[in-house]
Design a protein around this ligand. Structure first.
Ligand SMILES: [Fe+2]
Ligand SMILES: [Fe+2]
Length: 264
């Protein structure tokens, strides 16, 4: 069994120190095997915001998979945005925008969907889909996880314009790669779904887990993040929500693999 903490949309520059303190406390108590941050580490991609994000991440002696989001590219400075959009991200967080992690039970790939030519939306390309397929080609029984900032699925009622551009075109590769979980953020809404809910899927349908934000930029939700426990045939997702200065367990969902679909 493996334990993952999935945080998203930290938005340093627009967060509450008491929430950050409570996250640190919970992460240290849960002791995950991997800490995942699915983008938007900062509010405006400023050096001082990235420094805060860096200090926060360096505080954990845990394997991490961190990817950028659209807010990690400068928005108001066209020169910086177009010439070197990930300059500060690379300087303070990592030169690698698409990190991977693997052990005997888990295989994780981060995919950078933030684009300098899109303001808030993001894109996944066919080249990235090919990389996903190659990365999982010899993954065996390991649970296969893709991390992307922009969403593949959202609650009913959200139009396809809110999804990552290119999602429909790469579903075949995602299915061929037998991906189990797609983790995302960006919309600041907690959500669990299946790619089969929104796309034509012929094969294994990955679960989509969206983490909300832990920043002040919430859309009515209190700061929330996910703890995910993976077994070969079972995934348990627990949302932790901020209540009375602490993160407490909230909704729990269990999914079983039977035989090629994740069923709640
Ligand atoms: Fe965000
Ligand atoms: Fe975003």
């Amino acid at each position: 069994m493996r334990t993952i903490i999935h945080l998203s949309d930290l938005h340093f520059g627009r967060n509450e120190p008491s929430v950050i303190k409570a996250i640190i406390k919970t992460v240290k108590a849960v002791k995950p095997d991997v800490l995942i941050v699915s983008g938007d580490l900062t509010q405006r991609a400023k050096a001082e915001e990235f420094k805060q994000a860096k200090d926060f991440l360096n505080g954990f002696n845990i394997k991490k998979i961190v990817i950028p989001g659209n807010h990690d590219i400068p928005l108001f400075n066209p020169l910086k945005r177009l010439v070197n959009p990930f300059k500060n991200y690379k300087k303070y967080i990592s030169k690698n925008l698409e990190p991977v992690y693997f052990d005997k039970e888990l295989r994780i790939i981060g995919v950078n969907t933030a684009r300098k030519t899109k303001i808030t939306r993001g894109k996944i390309s066919s080249e990235q889909a090919q990389l996903i397929k190659e990365y999982f080609a010899d993954a065996g029984d390991a649970v296969r996880i893709v991390v992307a900032h922009h969403p593949f699925d959202l609650p009913e009622g959200f139009s396809s314009r809110k999804m990552v551009i290119g999602a429909k075109n790469v579903i075949k590769e995602i299915v061929d790669a037998k991906v189990d979980l797609i983790l995302g953020g960006h919309m600041h809404i907690s959500h669990t779904g299946s790619i089969a809910d929104r796309y034509k899927v012929d094969g294994k349908a990955a679960l989509v887990v969206q983490a909300s934000t832990v920043s002040k930029r919430s859309r009515g939700e209190v700061p929330t993040f996910n703890v995910i426990k993976t077994d070969l045939k079972k995934i348990t997702l627990t949302r932790y929500v901020f209540k009375q200065k602490e993160f407490k367990k909230d909704l729990e969902e269990v999914f079983q693999l039977e035989p090629a679909q994740w069923v709640k």
